[in-house]
Write a new protein. Structure first.
Length: 256
């Protein structure tokens, strides 16, 4: 995991009031074009002020990638006892519009069903992602998966996303998270990010954005190299077939 120091916080406390700081000019900019879906914890263990911090982080990431028709797009799945698509990829073509939608998200204050969020993302979000654009599922949670009679194994429910080429990132916030559980839903150790608490999340927002951008760019380069490799192999096979055909034609001509 990369570690960078952020230039400052987006949200600060003054007495009992939570104040949002609108100056995000110092945030890093990510030039990777992606379709990113945030899977956002809205459970009861998150206080009202921390829920605002979680929203502020999402808006900061969106601003760094830049939401537009020609650049990155963002979707959002909200989860607690259930999971639902609150924002689809097609809904917003500007960062300001997306951020306004995040501000309107309800706080459901119930359980933590990460498995349902992954299932909804697989079924209702990523089938509408753009082909040829790097795809990210960004899970944000402050706790462990709630165990109920119908709870699904996280490795199993996240597998369809990974098989479809979606990069799954997991961000755990606070002492209630289980890094080993988060590791089940991602492909590599470096795809798990941890913050001590929601204030730490904002204090290090620049670091987390740089890590996300780095991981997205790294995967994008790998995919390009893989495509080049496959094209090279295909070219070698075609050349071999052509050469073999010529030799067979010459052999048949001699035999006649």
């Amino acid at each position: 995991m990369l570690k960078f120091l952020s230039s400052g916080s987006i949200l600060r406390e003054t007495n009992t009031n939570t104040v949002l700081n609108s100056d995000l000019s110092e945030l890093p900019t990510c030039d990777a074009s992606v379709d990113i879906a945030f899977l956002v914890d809205s459970s009861g263990s998150i206080s009202r002020s921390n829920y605002l911090r979680e929203k502020a982080f999402i808006k900061a990431v969106a601003q760094s990638f830049g939401i537009s028709k020609s650049q990155s797009r963002a979707a959002l799945v909200l989860f607690s006892s259930s999971a639902s698509v609150q924002i689809a990829f097609r809904d917003h073509d500007s960062t300001s519009s997306f951020k306004a939608a995040v501000d309107r998200l309800p706080h459901e204050r119930r359980l933590t069903r990460i498995d349902k969020a992954l299932q909804v993302a697989t079924r209702d979000v990523f089938p509408f992602a753009r082909k040829g654009v790097h795809q990210i599922a960004f899970v944000i949670t402050d706790g462990e998966q709630t165990q109920e009679s119908d709870t699904k194994d996280l490795k199993v429910v996240s597998e369809p996303l990974r098989k479809a080429g979606v990069q799954v990132l997991a961000l755990g916030v606070g002492s209630g998270v289980n890094p080993d559980e988060l590791r089940l839903i991602v492909e590599k150790d470096e795809d798990v990010l941890i913050a001590k608490n929601f204030q730490d999340l904002l204090d290090r927002v620049g670091s987390f954005i740089k890590s996300t951008c780095y991981l997205a760019g790294k995967r994008r380069v790998f995919n390009k190299l893989t495509s080049v490799y496959h094209a090279s192999v295909l070219l070698l096979i075609m050349n071999f077939v052509i050469t073999l055909s010529k030799k067979l034609w010459i052999y048949e001509a001699i035999a006649e």
